[in-house]
Design a binder for this molecule. Structure first.
Ligand code: SF4
Length: 274
């Protein structure tokens, strides 16, 4: 990749690392003007659009593939060279340095922390919640309909028996929130426990800095709180669904309580950072 192909550096008064502990819901974020990631993604999107517009005829693509074929042929020729034997082609070609071994060791250790976090009962409970919430909406596709307009990017929900515009608007917001966090919760909870495992293994290394475990737990807790409010709105307006919604709220309440116990400092985590 040529350096000119890299997206240009965004300019602005960005808050360093603000994107590390957000919920990535950029369309609803009030810090887009402070976020380098948001600005970079916009530049990339603009670049892609420009490139698409510049895309030329099939001939150009043909010449691209011709070039690729030539490269493949050249590589094949290289393997025909008598001085390159199968033995020489072992990987890695340069042998392992001490740093490589340390990095490998660190990766193994991190994997172990991640696996342990994946087995944590709260990660499993959150993952179970995701599946149940997903199925809940799937089973109600006929009555609680979701509509998405690709062009306007508008999302709205209609519901059998509800005609009040304001209620439908709020219902849309509530469904949007539940769907946004539905799968994110278990990811954030798993990350919180992965980092907690790391921090507990090497406490001196993390002393005096904001803990990643608390930052991730904070995002999870915000998602849990918003999901509880949203399910509660559904509970209030979908009378026939009360029995099916109550377990969702109960699960989320338990998750909230346990997450607060495991990460007592989560809500003190400073975000956005100053
Ligand atoms: S801080 Fe806001 S704009 Fe930046 S990645 Fe997170 S949600 Fe998106």
């Amino acid at each position: 990749m040529h350096s000119k192909d890299y997206p240009k550096e965004p300019e602005g008064d960005f808050i360093p690392g603000i994107y590390n502990y957000c919920d990535r819901w950029c369309e609803r974020c009030i810090y887009t003007d402070k976020c380098r990631l948001f600005a970079t993604e916009n530049i990339i999107k603009e670049d892609i659009t420009k490139k698409k517009e510049q895309e030329q005829s099939i001939e150009r693509n043909k010449s691209f593939w011709n070039r690729i074929h030539k490269i493949i042929e050249e590589v094949e020729d290289l393997y025909d060279e008598p001085d390159v034997t199968e033995d020489d082609a072992t990987i890695p070609l340069f042998g392992k340095s001490e740093e490589d071994e340390e990095a490998e060791e660190a990766m193994k250790e991190y994997e172990a922390f991640r696996n342990k976090a994946a087995q944590h009962p709260l990660t499993k409970a959150a993952s179970d919640y995701s599946t149940r919430a997903y199925q809940w909406f799937k089973q109600r596709e006929g009555t609680l309909k979701q509509h998405y307009n690709q062009t306007t990017k508008e999302f709205r929900v209609t519901c059998q028996g509800i005609t009040d515009k304001e209620v439908l608007q709020k219902l849309t917001g509530a469904v949007e929130i539940i769907l946004w966090y539905e799968f994110q919760l278990s990811i954030k909870i798993k990350r919180a426990f992965t980092s907690l495992n790391q921090e507990e293994a090497e406490p001196e290394f993390f002393e005096g800095i904001q803990k990643d475990s608390e930052g991730s737990a904070r995002v999870a807790l915000i998602g849990i709180n918003r999901s509880i409010s949203s399910w509660s709105y559904l509970l209030h307006h979908l009378e026939t669904e009360r029995e099916s919604i109550r377990p969702m709220i109960k699960t989320l309440m338990q998750l909230k309580m346990k997450m607060e116990q495991n990460f007592p400092g989560a809500m003190n985590f400073k975000w956005p950072p100053e």
